[in-house]
Design a protein around this ligand. Structure first.
Ligand SMILES: [Zn+2]
Length: 377
């Protein structure tokens, strides 16, 4: 583990921590010598990293390859209007350093991939997942399970947030909660719309969990999924257990190493807006919209120009997707289409998932038409 530049805490700065018997000067020293990696310096990563820095966590890494966009400022409170266009990792690092110059802040301006995840994680003891892509969430989980790292995971969608903590050998992992291909996928992403203050709550909870883990105090969110509903202002808790058949932490795991050729890297997620823009950009010849829903759903309305290959029939009908096009898989809410993407990517081909499915498309562009199908029997 890397040591912060100074491990003797400033007693004036941390007086309100030191006054707590559960922390004290010893606890503050532990925080000063601790290291936390925040993956995703966005809506969740902003408050999480700010509070970790304010709390005196000596080494904080930030992984983000994005640039600051004006639409980020509604929730990504690390950034200012003047910084629009700048890289997030370096900008966030500068902000945290200005909060406390004694901290060691490391900007990793890279995209987290199967090729670099183990090297990045090896430098830190606790990982915070603030990403908004499901494939990356599995990658982070697997790297934590295989590398013996504690993980504090959170996700946000519209007005709802979820959080859970994984500690090696102490409780279930993210895959135990959401096995790959399950319908209960965490809705991805702020692209669909999110209350700006929501990640403020969830990111603060992540920082709370990380600090508790580093200090060894309290009860972490092990085997408990915390669900926060901002509209009803309520917290609910769902208990879950380690799955004996979990692919990575189960009794006979099938994932025993991070493979750089991970087929998930071939999957891209598009919002309805991104798909509409791509279809208008003249790229439509290179795309094929493939609707994987059941016939009754397909008959009720579908995106113009889409073809129908129900998910269960994809393995023996994938030859209908020409080699020179990239399929955009579509379902009702984005989960079955992601399963289709995974299967397709497993064949070594690129696939695109319509995030949120027909439901998300309808909320942006209106429900797609049910064409007058003269060939329908
Ligand atoms: Zn597991």
């Amino acid at each position: 583990m890397q040591i912060a530049t100074s491990t003797e805490p400033d007693r004036a700065r941390f007086a309100r921590h030191i006054a707590l018997p559960e922390i004290g000067i010893e606890g503050q020293r532990r925080l000063a010598s601790a290291s936390v990696l925040v993956v995703g310096a966005g809506g969740l990563g902003s408050p999480a990293a700010l509070y970790l820095a304010a709390a005196g966590v000596g080494t904080i890494g930030l992984v983000d390859h994005d640039r600051i966009d004006i639409s980020n400022l509604q929730r990504q409170i690390l950034y200012t209007t003047a910084e629009v266009g700048a890289g997030k990792a370096a900008t966030a690092a500068a902000r945290l350093s200005s909060l406390d110059p004694n901290l060691r802040i490391i900007a990793h301006d890279v995209k987290l991939t199967a090729a670099n995840v183990e090297a990045l994680f090896s430098q830190y003891s606790v990982i915070l997942d603030g990403t908004d892509r499901l494939a990356v969430r599995y990658l982070i989980n697997d790297a934590c399970v295989l590398g013996g790292k504690s993980l504090v995971s959170a996700a946000i969608h519209r007005f709802e947030g979820q959080a859970m903590t994984y500690v090696p050998g102490k409780g279930p992992c993210y895959r135990c909660l959401y096995p790959e291909g399950s319908d209960a996928l965490v809705p991805n992403c702020a692209d669909a719309g999110v209350l700006g203050v929501l990640p403020g709550v969830m990111g603060s909870l992540q920082a709370t969990e990380a600090i508790k883990l580093l200090l060894g105090i309290g009860e972490p969110l092990l085997g408990r999924l915390l669900v926060y509903d901002a509209l009803s202002l309520s917290f609910d808790e769902f208990r879950f257990q380690r799955r004996h058949d979990c692919a990575v932490c189960g009794d006979a795991p099938t994932i025993t190493q991070i493979r750089p050729e991970e087929p998930l890297s071939k999957i891209t997620e598009w919002t309805p807006q991104q798909l509409a823009a791509e279809l208008k950009s003249g790229r439509e010849d290179q795309l094929l919209l493939v609707d994987v829903r059941e016939p009754v759903e397909w008959a009720a309305g579908r995106l113009p120009g889409s073809v129908h290959i129900p998910l269960a029939t994809l393995p023996h009908r994938s030859g209908e997707i020409p080699a020179n096009v990239t399929p955009v898989f579509i379902c009702a809410a984005g989960a079955r289409s992601m399963a289709a993407c995974r299967w397709f990517a497993g064949q070594g081909r690129e696939a695109i998932n319509l995030s949120g499915g027909v439901g998300a498309w309808s909320s942006v562009f209106g429900a797609p038409p049910a064409p007058d199908d003269h060939h329908h029997h």
